[in-house]
Ligand binder design. Structure first.
Ligand code: HEM
Length: 162
C-alpha cells in the first residue's frame, strides 16, 4: 500500500481493521438487538481511506448490514466526505470534520433505489471517538426516517484487530 498519504495525518488513529467488542442496535420502531461487526479503513497511498463494514448475527452468524465506500479528506484541512453504499438499497454521502481522536459526519445526500425497503432514511449522523488509553473506538450512529425523527440506531465499541 506504500506510505500513508500526508493528507490523512488527522485520520491516522482510524486507519486499520476494527472488530466489535460490543455492538447494540435500537430504534423506536424495532426490538433492540446485538450484532458482531468487522470494519476497516484501509490506506492505499491515496488521500482517502477505503472503507468496508460487515456485520453478522451473533448466534446464527448470517450476514446482516453491509457497507462499503470511501472516506475522503480535503487535503490540508479537517474536512471529510464519506461515500457509502449500503446493501439494503441506499447510498449515503456524509460530510463533516475530523478532530483530535474524533470525527463527526452528517448526510448531505441520500440515494435510494425505487424498490428499497420502507421506511425511507432521511438523515444519518455518525460520531466516532477514539480513546488512546483503552485503544477502543466508539461509534454512535443516529438516523431519521420518513416516520421517525433523528434517533440513535447503533452504538458500537471496537478494538483494533490488526
Ligand atoms: C432497521 C437503516 C445500520 C440492523 C432499520 C430500518 C432502517 C435502517 C431504515 C427500519 C426502521 C423502521 O422500520 O422504522 C439503517 C441505516 C444504517 C443501518 C441507515 C447505517 C447507517 C444497521 C446495522 C445493523 C442494522 C449496522 C446491524 C446488523 C437493523 C435491524 C433492523 C434495522 C436488525 C430491524 C429489522 C429490519 O428492519 O430489518 N435500519 N440501518 N442496521 N436495522 Fe438498520
Amino acid at each position: 500500500a506504500g506510505p500513508v498519504n500526508e493528507a490523512l495525518k488527522p485520520l491516522c488513529w482510524l486507519i486499520g481493521k476494527w472488530k466489535s467488542v460490543c455492538a447494540k442496535g435500537q430504534y423506536p420502531t424495532i426490538k433492540p438487538f446485538t450484532y458482531c461487526e468487522e470494519m476497516e479503513f484501509i490506506s492505499v497511498g491515496q488521500p482517502m481511506l477505503n472503507y468496508k463494514s460487515v456485520t453478522w448475527h451473533p448466534e446464527k452468524k448470517n450476514p446482516m448490514h453491509l457497507e462499503s465506500g470511501f472516506l475522503r479528506i480535503k487535503p490540508g484541512t479537517n474536512q471529510l466526505a464519506f461515500m457509502v453504499g449500503h446493501n439494503f438499497g441506499i447510498t449515503t454521502l456524509e460530510e463533516g470534520t475530523v478532530g483530535e481522536n474524533c470525527l463527526d459526519l452528517k448526510t448531505t445526500a441520500i440515494g435510494r433505489m425505487c424498490f428499497a425497503k420502507d421506511p425511507a432514511v432521511t438523515e444519518v449522523t455518525r460520531h466516532f471517538q477514539y480513546c488512546p488509553e483503552s485503544q477502543h473506538l466508539q461509534a454512535v450512529v443516529c438516523m431519521a426516517t420518513c416516520n421517525t425523527p433523528l434517533t440513535e440506531h447503533l452504538r458500537i465499541t471496537y478494538e483494533k484487530s490488526c
